[in-house]
Design a protein around this ligand. Structure first.
Ligand code: LLP
Length: 467
């Protein structure tokens, strides 16, 4: 197989290649800024921890994806923002304003899109165990496509569609058996994966789709997602060949059935630290589009509509998190810990994936480094360490730590561990801060608790000594 293994030259880099948001700079006070917004001021106004998003970076990535596809792929295409990376109603509107579709993976994400008034014909529903309620919600709102993950789910979609008297527009997610080099927990396309149809099971599935299910299931194409934080283009080359060979075989074996959609998933990597060397998205999309055209032509297969589902590369580098620094502890000869007012509750990625981050002190952004410290979270767990061996200027309690690259999978994986309220999310656009998600408070944390009535007025226990 020919092809670019790692599109290298970065003449014009894309926003996923830069640790900082596009509009990041340091002002005359030595404070870190996004656009004209001084992040020290922002932290004082909104409190910390605080998730901050740079609209310019998100828009720039959205435009990179859409314009690269338009320029390099002669058929139609659609970029589906993978909402799992970070979702709320404001982000849905931001995505809509850039002409993106949405990849959702749960009833909750679909509901958020519906509430935001997102154009539902551009919403695709992934996931490996959709419930009847979720499938009903999707069919009721006539969303773009349901991406069916396995034979049981296909039977369920058939049943619900039959009950509703509709035909579901479906992609099949396949597990293409392609290895990519990333953390084991975020690989998805390899053979031993909980996701997708095994290629060897496709025969019987096609029999059902073209037989028993032919009134309820309209097969539009295949979907595959091979993993996340991918730094090489080769797995996509392999994926294109694998999928198109299946398209070809389906056409040969099922009466000329020609699939019109192809969804290659997400997965392009981003820079979290200077050790990361992610691919240029513009060049990668150009490469993928060219490979797809070449291979389809080779098979004399009509070009399908091309879909990509980026999450991390769309939003990771648009986001930063602001924390207030608090207590510190030195372990002589070993390390100095400095604690922030957040941690694994707002960023589980270091604990879960040994993820690395870059950070600075927002109100001392120009100062030279004085010491190497380890940033500890405030959660009751020794593993709650955000960054090991970070070089910082001398810090004191009340300084603001700014962690870069926290736009993807931080807010969306946040928890209330230790009953800590989750942070607010603020979007910066045109030098203004716009609240996207309000900060939780203690009332929110306890809002759904129920004390069973028998525990409210317990019967006094009989004292055996009195009997
Ligand atoms: N499409 C599907 C079907 C996916 O499963 C995913 C991510 C994406 C698209 C978007 O992939 P991306 O472009 O973001 O790489 N929580 C992990 C990442 C899990 C990714 C799961 N699937 C992390 O924090 O690294």
């Amino acid at each position: 197989m020919s092809g670019l293994n790692h599109p290298p030259s970065k003449s014009v880099s894309t926003a996923n290649q830069s640790i900082q948001p596009q509009s990041y700079h340091v002002n005359s006070l030595g404070h870190a800024c996004i656009g004209d917004m001084d992040l020290t001021e922002l932290a004082r106004t909104y409190g910390t921890p605080l998730y901050v998003l740079d609209a310019e970076t998100f828009r720039s990535m959205a435009q990179t994806y859409t314009s690269a596809l338009t320029e390099h792929y002669p058929e139609s295409s659609l970029v589906l923002y993978a909402a799992k990376a970070q979702m709320n109603m404001g982000i849905c509107k931001l995505a809509e304003s850039e002409g993106l579709g949405l990849d959702v993976v749960s009833g909750g994400e679909l509901y958020t899109a519906i509430q935001a008034g997102f154009p539902l014909e551009n919403v695709f529903f992934n996931g490996n165990n959709k419930s009847i309620d979720e499938i009903e919600l999707a069919l009721h709102h006539e969303i773009g496509r349901i991406t069916v993950d396995n034979p049981d789910e296909l039977a369920l979609v058939h049943k619900v569609a039959q009950k509703k008297g509709v035909k579901a527009q479906v992609l099949l997610r396949v597990s293409p058996g392609i290895e990519c080099h990333t953390h084991d927990y975020i690989k998805t396309g390899q053979l031993d994966s909980k996701f997708g149809f095994n290629l060897s099971d496709l025969g019987p599935v096609m029999e059902r789709i073209t037989g028993e299910y032919k009134e309820t299931i309209e097969l539009k194409g295949l979907h595959a997602h091979i993993g996340s934080q991918i730094f090489e283009v080769r797995p996509f080359d392999d994926l294109i060949e694998t999928l198109l060979n299946i398209y070809y075989n389906i056409r040969e074996n099922y009466n000329g059935l020609t699939l019109t959609d192809i969804n290659l998933g997400g997965g392009l990597g981003v820079a979290y630290t200077s050790n990361d060397d992610p691919m240029n998205v513009e060049k990668t999309i150009a490469h993928i589009a060219e490979r797809l055209v070449a291979y389809a032509n080779n098979l004399k297969y009509p070009l399908p509509r091309l879909m990509m589902e980026p999450g991390r590369s769309m939003i990771a580098n648009a986001g930063v998190t602001l924390y207030t620094l608090g207590s510190s502890k030195s372990v002589p000869g070993i390390r100095k810990y400095v604690a922030v007012d957040g941690g694994m509750g707002d960023n589980i990625r270091p604990a879960l994936y040994q993820a690395d981050y870059s950070a600075i002190v927002a109100n001392k952004a120009n100062r030279p480094f004085d010491e190497t410290v380890t940033i500890a979270g405030k959660y009751c767990e020794s593993g709650d360490i955000l960054i090991k061996n970070l070089e910082l200027p001398a810090v004191e309690p009340g300084d603001f730590l700014l962690v870069f690259g926290t736009g993807a999978y931080n807010y969306s994986m946040a928890s209330n561990y230790n009953r800590v309220p989750r942070p607010a999310v603020v979007l910066i656009e045109e030098s203004e801060a716009h609240l996207l998600v309000r900060r939780e408070n203690y009332e929110h944390v306890a809002a759904l608790d129920v004390i069973p009535s028998y525990l409210l007025n317990p019967e006094p226990k009989a004292d055996p000594a009195v009997q």
